[in-house]
Design a protein around this ligand. Sequence first.
Ligand SMILES: [Zn+2]
Length: 662
Amino acid sequence: MGTEAKKRIETLRDELRRHEYLYYVLDQPEISDAEYDALMRELKQLETGHPELASPDSPTQRVGGAPREGFVKVRHSSPMLSLDNALNEGELRDFDRRVRELLGGAEYRYVAELKMDGLSMAAHYRDGVFVQAITRGDGEVGEDVTENARTIRSLPLRVKDGPPLFEVRGEVILNRKAFERLNLERDEQGLKQFANPRNAAAGSLRILEPSVTASRRLDYYPYFLLVNGEPYCKTHWESLDTLQALGFKVNPKRRLCAGVEELVAFCQEWEAQREELPYEIDGVVAKVDSIAQQRALGWTAKAPRWAIAFKYPARQEATVVENIEVQVGRTGALTPVAHLKPVNVGGVTVSRATLHNEDEIARLGVEIGDTVIIERSGDVIPKVVRVKSPGADRRPFRMPETCPVCGGHVVREEGEAARRCINTNCPARLRESILHFASRGVMDIDGMGEALVDQLVAGKLVQSVADIYNFKREQLVDLEHMGRKSADKLLANIDASRREPLPRVICALGIRFVGERTAEILANTFGGLDKIRKADIEALQQAEEVGPKVAQSIVEFFGEERNLKLVERLREAGLQFEQEVRRKTGGALTGLTFVLTGTLPSMTREQATERIEAAGGKVTGSVSKKTSYVVAGAEAGSKLQKAKSLGVPVIDEVGLLRLLGE
Ligand SMILES: [Zn+2]
């Protein structure tokens, strides 16, 4: 049993490493997330049962260990340099001229790489195993973030064929999608959003709870391969190829440039395309390719003479606040928005920027007429960074005491930054509710855009979200920009939304603090909308990640007559109110697949099946490579043979009970 477990553990680790590489480095997964999770759970289970076989380079070690008290300072093997900047093409050419002169006519080449906007980190490997990660810090001394770095899936925990001791330096980043998801989640939880992906990456790597880092989906792109603090290869280009061959995620968007013209072209190409990249870049790094030439060029007091960072212009611009208006969201929250004199920021025309709430306005000290600095980061709404100069005839903005749309009562609850319109019939709230209901990732009703919803609300065609399920073709064709064809399409899309699964329906209701993720957790925990509706605050908190604030909000939602009416009408419309309760995650056997064979001493096969399923496991009829365990009793037959030939671990009833924790 011991050697079989050991064999299976090794097989699983190899498989998981391969899939991690395919998924996180090459972005070419071969198996589904669910299959990957199942393999991972099986490995965890085996490692728990065999603590003597634990290993720090096992893929299970990525989940993030216990919180820590603080970070230990560690000195780098050689300084982690910062580079000189070139802020325009002229400065880039000046840099090239210095290189050319210093190299005295020798031929040289540049390696151009995208300058990813994250934070630098060194990762150390001994005998092919990842052993330590250190943040850049001040360049001389950084912080030991080994446990957090371990959770970064694209950072290999083990490599083959590297030098016995080596160090990799690169950038920890958060891609745009992960950044937006993180901010959305924080917003749902009432937490402050991160200003940009770089801050989010830094905050996530330097957090004291590795499990939080694990949830943030950081990425790592290396660009230096060192041994004893010195470059390992003869050229920089070769070291990038070597890193890639070792299994690291090296950015493929790099180029070996024969001279400054090719380098300038590379910088210009990516400046034009930077918005299309899945991550943020703030420029291009150019390094002289030959290490011998790098040594010949040497260093100034603060930076190497053989490298430069070409910086793209900041996506900040100054413009005038022409007005401040208030928007009413679907929860009734009043959000002040600055209407700006249109300005081009990094290729996009910006005419509005969010001011979040009145506290933010006070913090910025912004008034109508002021010239402000605005910043755009990723795809998030531009924001006001600071006041550049107060306007000559500036006037302060006051949050309205009544709702600017319906004139209804506005309240600011204790501990909340936002004022809310509490009129549940407020047309602004209705408009936003419908847009939310129909949006992508919720009920996915294509064609239900702002222009249409405005007409629907103004024409009183909808007074409740549920009204959309009673639309008649003749009502729609009369609307502006709505032909017969698009009316039919819209009706078909509305009809199709009836099949959206329960989590989407829960999310569509627009309960405060209940976004996509929470909706999914609620659906999986309770299995039906009615069960969620009937649950009290305590029962709701049994669901993972549902705290008192969220639970309170759900109870309040279902406490309102109007919302209950909406729920009933959606039920009549035929929306999905039920789903199969997914087996409780976190059960001792979650993700494991069993095959039973032969007669067990104290349990019937039905009893064994029941107990396995109750603990989250699955029982299937035939043995395959995916089977986690075969449970064999007396007179086991061909299934036992098959298990042995496939190397699937075989256990008896005692073994099963042990897995069940008995
Ligand atoms: Zn209102």
